[in-house]
Structure formats: structure tokens, C-alpha cells
Ligand binder design. Structure first.
Ligand code: DGT
Ligand code: MG
Ligand code: MG
Ligand code: MG
Ligand code: MG
Length: 270
């Protein structure tokens, strides 16, 4: 960039960098998706095609940004975990956040017609925020928070729409029936009144969508053999398990308990 007498205006730029060596989570959320889902006649409470379109957009974000090691989506939102040492954009928050939101939104629109056969009535908009979390425990609790939210909302919404759609009640009546009920009572209403066994519903609805790069199977380091070959395989193994390589997988699994994290120690590595 050429220097001119106007160049001083750059001094006004705010370099809002992420704290060093700290996990960050970007969460994006659809704007007024209550209206968006009505306009596009999404199935209630869950529209498989719309959720898969969201997942495909999140997959694109991860393919574009290899430092995003984990993503979790439900409803009209997605959270993206950045590894603590990402050098992306010199760790400038605004750049990272806008790239995620823009890549996600454009991929959502780009992929729309692959998943839904109704034309887009207007351009969907997403907002975003970025939050830093100093400890692995915070990252675990953040993702547990989102998955608990998925579960609570899905149980409520599944019961609510069964009462309305199968039970022929009004939305006001359905709210009233569910008011003050605990989980077990909702399970009972679903099963006894509507023959729905909650546990057999699609895992995507109950658990949300989890995107990770599971590393491809890696060769064992040979006990004997040429020094150079041993070093090559050692390096391959080391590089292969930082969560930035391998193809993105879309899972619908528990991320509250330890198993998921124990199987992927690189996600919380500092
Ligand atoms: P906001 O985020 O404050 O701009 O407002 P909304 O309307 O986006 O509200 P939010 O994000 O709290 O809730 C997401 C809305 O999107 C909620 O009204 C239900 C709707 N939605 C999300 N996924 C589906 C779906 O698969 N099917 C249907 N029918 N609606 C969905
Ligand atoms: Mg919002
Ligand atoms: Mg929203
Ligand atoms: Mg939302
Ligand atoms: Mg440029």
C-alpha cells in the first residue's frame, strides 16, 4: 500500500486481538428464523433438510478454516471452536468473526437448492459473536451448555407440536398443558397420548450436529528400518492428530460426557 498524506487514517483502526494461547468460540445465529422457517414452510419442530443445509454450511466453514477444530449446530445456530494457537488473521477478532459469518451465510445460500425444493423467498441473515475461554473446562462446559439447550428445546418442541398437530389443540392450550412439566412428564405425554417414543427420534434432533476432523488411520512407527522413514512416520503421526487434518465428519453424538473428548484429546490441547 502506497504511503500518502492520507495514510494516517489507519491509526484509527482498532486491533482487537484474541488473547494469546486461548480457546475461542464463534457462535452464529440466524436472524428472525422464526419468520424464515414459517416463510419457507419448515417442518415442525425439526426440518431435516434445513438442518442438513446448516450442516453443509458449517462443513464449508471448517474446510475454509483448518484452525476450526470442532463445530456444533442446532436450530438456527452454529458454534465453532478455534484452536488456542491459531495464527489466523494475526488473531484479529473482527476478521475471524466476519469470515466465519460470511463463509457460513454464503455457503448456506449456495447449498440451499441442494437440500430444499422451495425457492429462497429472501436472503437469510446471520449474526455472530466471538468469546474466548481460557480453560479446557470452559470449552467443555460451553459445548455441554449448547447440547443441553438442544435437548431441552427439542423435548419441549416435540411435545408441543404433537399436542397441536396430533392432539388438535391450539398453541395456547399446548403451552398450558406443558407449563411446569418436567422431562419425565413430557416423555409420558408423548408416549401415552401420541405413541411417540422420544428415545427413538432422529439423533440429529436430540443431540444436534457435531463436526470434527477425525484423523485418518495413521501408520505405526516401525521398530526397525531406515532412520529417515521412522522420522517421516513420526512426523505424520504428530501432525495428523492436531484436529486440523482429515475430512470433516458430521456426527450426532453426546458431547457432555467424557467419551467424546477422551477419544479426541487434540480438541482440548493447549
Ligand atoms: P433472533 O435470533 O433473535 O433474530 O430470532 P429467531 O426468530 O431466529 O429466534 P431464535 O434464534 O431464538 O430461534 C430460532 C427459531 O428458528 C425458532 O423460532 C425456531 C426456528 N427454527 C429453527 N430450526 C427450525 C426447524 O428445523 N423447523 C422449524 N419449523 N423451525 C425452526
Ligand atoms: Mg440471535
Ligand atoms: Mg435466531
Ligand atoms: Mg437461535
Ligand atoms: Mg483485502
Amino acid at each position: 500500500m502506497a504511503n500518502s498524506r492520507f495514510g494516517y487514517v489507519r491509526e484509527f483502526e482498532d486491533y482487537d486481538r484474541l488473547l494469546p494461547s486461548t480457546f475461542s468460540v464463534v457462535r452464529i445465529d440466524g436472524q428472525s428464523f422464526h419468520r424464515f422457517s414459517d416463510t419457507h414452510q419448515f417442518a415442525k419442530p425439526n426440518d431435516k433438510r434445513a438442518l442438513e443445509c446448516m450442516n453443509s454450511a458449517a462443513q464449508f466453514v471448517m474446510e475454509e478454516m483448518e484452525d476450526v477444530t470442532l463445530a456444533f449446530g442446532e436450530s438456527d445456530e452454529f458454534s465453532f471452536l478455534l484452536r488456542p494457537d491459531t495464527p489466523l488473521y494475526d488473531r484479529r477478532k473482527a476478521k475471524i468473526l466476519t469470515k466465519v459469518v460470511s463463509a457460513f451465510t454464503s455457503a448456506f445460500v449456495y447449498n440451499w437448492s441442494r437440500y430444499l425444493n422451495i425457492p429462497l423467498a429472501y436472503p437469510p441473515v446471520f449474526d455472530g459473536r466471538v468469546v474466548t475461554y481460557p480453560l479446557p473446562k470452559h470449552v467443555r462446559d460451553y459445548f455441554a451448555w449448547r447440547q443441553v439447550d438442544t435437548h431441552i428445546n427439542n423435548l419441549y418442541n416435540t411435545s408441543f407440536w404433537a399436542i397441536v398437530q396430533q392432539g388438535g389443540k391450539t398453541e395456547r392450550e399446548a403451552h398450558k398443558i406443558l407449563q411446569g412439566t418436567v422431562s419425565a412428564q413430557k416423555h409420558d405425554i408423548l408416549y401415552k397420548d401420541y405413541g411417540i417414543n422420544y428415545n427413538t427420534l432422529d439423533e440429529m434432533y436430540k443431540k444436534g450436529s457435531v463436526l470434527v476432523r477425525d484423523p485418518p488411520p495413521l501408520p505405526e512407527v516401525p521398530k526397525d528400518g531406515a532412520y529417515k522413514e521412522k522420522k517421516r512416520i513420526e512426523k505424520l503421526r504428530k501432525d495428523g492428530i492436531d484436529g486440523t487434518r482429515g475430512s470433516v465428519q458430521i456426527l450426532h453424538v453426546d458431547i457432555i460426557k467424557d467419551d467424546f473428548w477422551n477419544q479426541r484429546p487434540w480438541l482440548l490441547a493447549q
